[in-house]
Design a protein around this ligand. Structure first.
Ligand SMILES: Nc1ncnc2c1ncn2[C@@H]1O[C@H](COP(=O)(O)OP(=O)(O)OP(=O)(O)O)[C@@H](O)[C@H]1O
Length: 334
């Protein structure tokens, strides 16, 4: 579709280990439109980070196999691009990354200013025109850096540039990461659980900021989280993954009001509430070395039939922009 920025289709990724081969992504589809915030939710180990890393082209090379599929970004299949093109044109430029723990993303022995200068030396949008001298480019970039540090509400931006990463707080480091992600003017930012390392009040501030800046800059965001409350706050649409397969994709309102997949329903029911307390989902997350056939959720699903055991359901549209992979979808969320 015209407005699709990225379309992942049929992606299969496996990791080899002494215990066997784990198919960690098993035919995953994901579509992100220009300028939208897409939440990727699911329990720990369902493959969110692996999908994010596949898009960025930073899967661990050892023992990883991309077995099938494509990742179309603005029409180009990223899986067909060489490392040189990915490094110079895509990663950190057209697609930026905000990691879970911003501390490990900084080099402790250089000031923040030096590290931002390095980033701009390679990824500045001004390099694309190529007409500016090095000095003019640096001067204009410095002005843009200070403007973005102000936008992410860092006090004393000039002072921050002189500091070392350990001299600023965790929340400030994550604000810096947001600024650094936006500086190259990307079309897509991948934010992988960007606030898990922060306390709750700072988390809320950072997420509000990320949403506002993404909107202002017209940037799409792939936001991975296991926290549905957070997804509700900031996402336009949500894709749910279960054990390496996507099972449902919906605009945020239909996701919460009328989930179609029994797993989504159970995820929503497992949110703590004063009536229900904390309810888990019965059964166990499958081992990916030896996953269930057909729909991987079938062993935990009361609606499962023989068809679910043998055949993975194709994506079915249940409403505008809302698709589900289930042979026996819920109607009206129940
Ligand atoms: N380098 C690796 N080698 C082998 N297995 C891996 C590797 N990285 C991840 N896995 C396995 O792949 C599966 C998916 O992991 P992934 O980190 O993508 O899940 P996730 O949904 O992001 O989880 P979390 O929310 O805990 O970060 C897990 O079973 C994990 O153990």
């Amino acid at each position: 579709m015209e407005s699709d920025l990225i379309a992942v289709r049929g992606l299969r990724v496996s990791f080899g280990s002494d215990a066997g081969v784990a198919r960690v992504l098993d035919g995953v589809d994901l579509t992100i439109r220009r300028g939208e915030i897409m939440g990727l939710v699911g329990e720990s180990g369902c493959g969110k980070t692996t999908l994010a890393r596949s898009i960025l082209g930073i899967l661990p090379p050892h023992a990883t196999r991309i077995e099938a599929g494509e990742i179309r970004f603005e029409g180009r299949d990223l899986l067909g691009l060489g490392e040189k093109t990915l490094a110079s044109e895509i990663r950190g430029r057209a697609i930026a990354y905000i990691p879970q723990d911003p501390f490990t993303a900084f080099n402790p022995v250089f000031t923040i200013g030096t590290q931002i200068d390095d980033l701009m030396r390679f990824k500045s949008p001004l390099l694309r025109g190529g007409a500016l001298s090095g000095r003019d480019r640096r001067r204009q970039d410095r002005a843009r850096v200070l403007e973005l540090l102000r936008m992410v509400q860092l006090p004393d931006p000039e002072g921050v540039l002189r500091k070392y990463p350990h001299e600023v707080s965790g929340g400030q480091r994550q604000r810096l990461m947001i600024a650094m992600a936006l500086l190259p003017e990307p079309q897509l930012v991948i934010a992988d659980e960007p606030t898990t390392a922060l306390d709750v009040t700072v988390q809320a501030q950072i997420l509000t900021l990320l949403k506002r800046l993404a909107r202002e800059h017209g940037v799409a965001v792939l936001f991975t989280t296991h926290d549905l409350g957070t997804a509700y706050e900031i996402c336009d649409r949500i894709t749910v993954m279960y054990a390496g397969q996507e099972v449902e994709e919906a605009p945020v309102a239909s996701f919460f009001d009328a989930p179609s997949h029994p797993y989504t329903r159970k995820l929503l029911d497992s949110l703590p509430s004063s009536e229900n307390g904390i309810r888990g989902i019965a059964g166990e997350i499958p081992r990916l070395i030896d996953p269930p056939s057909g729909c991987r959720f079938h062993p935990r699903c009361e609606r499962a039939t023989e068809e679910c055991r043998t055949t993975r359901p194709p994506p079915e549209a249940v409403a505008a922009g809302h698709t589900v992979r289930c042979h026996h979808p819920l109607e009206g969320g129940a």
